[in-house]
Design a protein around this ligand. Structure first.
Ligand SMILES: [Mn+2]
Length: 378
């Protein structure tokens, strides 16, 4: 007989397309350490692409487990209650999806995990903890020393203040507490200053009846701590996440990534760099750029006509003056010109002449556009 089915929920907003991959790594870390079957519940929004959905499905079914997707829309009254909360620019809507678990998932109990944790133990150990009549089980927030004063201003108890990154929700118990949803909204309306709307609200609504677990079920990991990551659930709760090369969990993250369909890391789209443009004198505009990759930049700016354009743009101002020699008697009266070249006078260059290798602000291009009439040229 197989072990008891474990219900596991992840919730995220994937606005830059990378969170699906992190979710995949979290799941791989769970599957690798447990022999129990797992029912995976993904709370997501329109930012989850079909491709990433397929990859998650592929990963989960590859471990002989099941996956269910729940498209989430924040209810209008929830958005309204949060509209006074000025801190939402730091916290995505995705962090609030976990609050809707009691109404979304029809199971008695579910383990919720953040997408910045690595499960280095059999998750069945967490699942098998008896919740009795508690609403939830979680671990005391290890950053509480820094925010004890703050959470007290919201009427929360720092002694029992738990972190919302790893939670076992007793959904059946919560559903029996009829007013859990109203109380959540009430908290946000009463304390618009909350900096962690999800965690503070959960503490407010369920804190009085929650089971505090051993720290190894949600062990914070800071860079440079050199801590042992084994036999615990590691939470990269700070700014240095496990996918950051500076993180203690980076090696493990990469290893687990190899078990997912995201084996080849997703390369984030290059951020377009701006080319500074400034008017110089009355003669025209100069494009200033750092040396080294000007061809690349020009190509990026004009993708349609790469090579042609690069050649064309070759700046008049950067050309060296040609040395032109002609003898004084080259065109004696009545004689033919010896050649075109010898008859030509040197051209006058209006732009400043510079060699190619010069300082960081060498001129790439200058136009000899006539100055607009409204400019005073004196
Ligand atoms: Mn987290």
């Amino acid at each position: 007989m197989r072990d008891q089915m474990i219900e596991l929920a992840l919730a995220f907003n994937d606005k830059d397309g990378s969170y699906s991959e992190h979710a995949g790594v979290v799941l791989a870390s769970v599957f690798r350490h447990t022999g129990s079957p797992v029912n995976v519940h993904i709370l997501h929004d329109e930012t989850l692409t079909e491709e990433n959905k397929n990859r998650l499905t592929e990963l989960v079914s590859g471990f002989n487990n099941n996956i269910h997707f729940y498209p989430v829309t924040i209810p209008p009254e929830m958005a309204e209650a949060l509209s006074g909360t000025g801190s939402l620019d730091r916290w995505t809507w995705g962090s609030l999806y976990r609050l809707l678990l009691p109404s979304l998932i029809q199971v008695d109990k579910v383990i919720y995990l953040d997408c910045d944790v690595l499960v280095n133990m059999d998750i069945a150990e967490l699942w098998n903890i008896d919740l009795n009549g508690y609403y939830l089980a979680a671990v005391r927030d290890q950053g509480i020393l820094g925010i004890a004063g703050l959470v007290m201003t919201y009427g929360l108890n720092p002694e029992t203040y738990f972190n919302s990154g790893v939670i076992v929700f007793a959904l059946n118990n919560i559903r029996q507490k009829m007013n859990w949803y109203e109380e959540t909204l009430h908290f946000w309306r009463s304390y618009p200053g909350t900096t962690m709307p999800d965690q503070d609200a959960l503490n407010h609504v369920f804190g009085g009846n929650s089971l505090l677990l051993d720290e190894r079920f949600n062990s914070f990991c800071l860079p440079g701590s050199g801590q042992d990551l084994n036999n615990k659930i590691v939470h990269f709760a700070g700014d240095t996440k496990m996918w950051d090369p500076l993180s203690e969990g980076y090696g493990l993250y990469q290893e687990l990534l190899g078990l997912t369909p995201w084996k080849t890391p997703v390369v984030p789209p290059a951020t377009p760099r701006t080319i500074k443009k400034r008017r110089v004198g009355a003669h025209g505009r100069y494009y200033l750029a750092k040396p080294g990759n000007r061809k690349k930049r020009l190509e990026r700016r004009r993708p349609m006509q790469k090579t042609k354009r690069v050649r064309k743009i070759k700046p008049a101002g950067t050309k060296r003056l040609k040395t032109i020699r002609f003898s004084l008697n080259a065109q004696a009266p009545g004689t033919r010109r010896k050649s075109k070249r010898t008859a030509m006078a040197p051209r006058i260059y209006h732009g400043r002449i510079r060699s190619k290798k010069q300082g960081p602000n060498h001129i790439l291009w200058s136009s000899k556009m006539p100055a607009p009439p409204f400019l005073d040229l004196r």
